[in-house]
Write a protein that binds this ligand. Structure first.
Ligand code: DP6
Length: 342
């Protein structure tokens, strides 16, 4: 941990932690409508621009943190005890260490992902959000939601937005120490809002978002225009949500995602997460849109395409993309505001 990161945790946590006690927490995964792509400070994981997301209701992570009866850190993922040297275990233990600092408090961390593996979605956002809540609960920490989101940022930037259901906006912040860079949930509830995940994933896993954004910032001549455009998109998307202007929201969301992918394709060497099948999905969507369908696409650091639309377009989407999984972000499975309850 860099000293600056350590100073942040020292400032918000008590010098001596209490517990740990057994504590479970859940968090939904999220999809950015206005993307985070590029860091201004890798040590503090600070973004170059603000971003805005919608959470995926019951698709997410549930994590339990408990004292290690055997005195050794251990991590379980989907029912399987992982070896200590796996990347996943290392990330979880490193994140717990940010809270424990120099205290000997061995933990068992039991994580279940409720994101269907077939969806091909990353789970680091919900994973670090659930882990942040579980660690805070296990150590009896009395932290505000702002602080929890700020701390989740040290696991993964997109985790800042995964602490709640519904829409969330991660403010880039302006302070050098990053203490004003965290997400907050938006109060807007939009019951008709739908997300379809169109899986086109094939072949080997591509580069992580972290490496991909670093490479884009360092080498893409198109990146210079991104942070200001993304900041403007984020504000306009928030305004469209408040105005319940779905078409404007959809147009901005799709343009923002394609703009992000354009910066990557211009990186040297090129970074191309989208596959021919992703473009086929976009072609089919755009043809249907010319026929009046109000649905828009967004894509992240992978080839899968996520569509946003309103409830009355569901039959058409199901016909066009019969294998797509449809999520109701404000449905019964999602609590509409505040902390998700396991
Ligand atoms: C394309 O949050 O995974 O999904 O902070 O390095 O862990 P790190 O990156 P991460 O990046 C997410 C990138 C994205 C866009 C987004 O979710 O905003």
């Amino acid at each position: 941990m860099t000293d600056r990161a350590r100073a942040i945790f020292d400032a918000v946590l008590p010098a001596r932690l209490s517990g740990p006690v057994s504590f479970s927490a859940a968090a939904p995964s999220n999809i950015a409508l206005s993307k985070y792509w590029g860091k201004r400070d890798a040590g503090l994981n600070l973004p170059l621009n603000s971003s805005l997301s919608i959470s995926l209701a019951e698709w997410g992570t549930t994590t339990r943190v408990e004292p290690a009866g055997d005195g050794t850190d251990a991590v379980w993922l989907n029912g399987e005890r992982l070896a200590p040297e796996t990347g996943f275990t290392r990330k979880v233990v490193a994140f717990a260490d940010r809270f424990r600092r120099d205290q000997m408090l061995p933990l068992h961390v039991v994580t279940e992902n409720t994101i269907p593996t077939a969806a091909g979605l990353a789970s680091s956002a919900s994973g670090f959000a659930a882990l942040t809540r579980a660690l805070a609960g296990s150590f009896g920490l009395d932290l505000t939601e702002d602080t929890l989101s700020m701390l989740a940022r040290f696991g993964s930037g997109s985790a800042t937005r995964s602490l709640w259901h519904g829409f969330a906006r991660w403010e880039r912040g302006t302070r050098e120490d990053g203490t004003d860079s965290f997400a907050r949930p938006l109060p807007e509830v939009w019951p008709e809002f739908r997300i379809a995940i169109v899986r086109v994933d094939t072949g080997p896993k591509s580069q992580s978002s972290r490496d991909g954004m670093g490479h884009t910032v360092a080498t893409s001549p198109l990146f210079a225009g991104w942070p200001a455009q993304a900041e403007a998109d984020c504000a306009a998307i928030e305004a469209a949500i408040k105005a319940r202007d779905f078409i404007r929201l959809g147009e901005l969301t799709e343009a923002n995602a394609l703009g992000m992918h354009a910066t990557m394709i211009a990186a040297r060497p090129a970074l191309a997460y989208l596959k021919p099948e992703s473009w086929q999905v976009l072609d089919r969507l755009w043809a249907a849109r010319r026929d009046g369908l109000e649905a828009y696409a967004t894509m992240d650091a992978g080839p899968n395409v996520k569509l946003i639309f309103l409830e009355d377009s569901t039959p058409r989407i199901a016909e066009l993309f019969p294998d797509a999984a449809i999520v109701e972000p404000f449905g019964a499975a999602a609590k509409l505001s505040g902390q998700p309850r396991p």
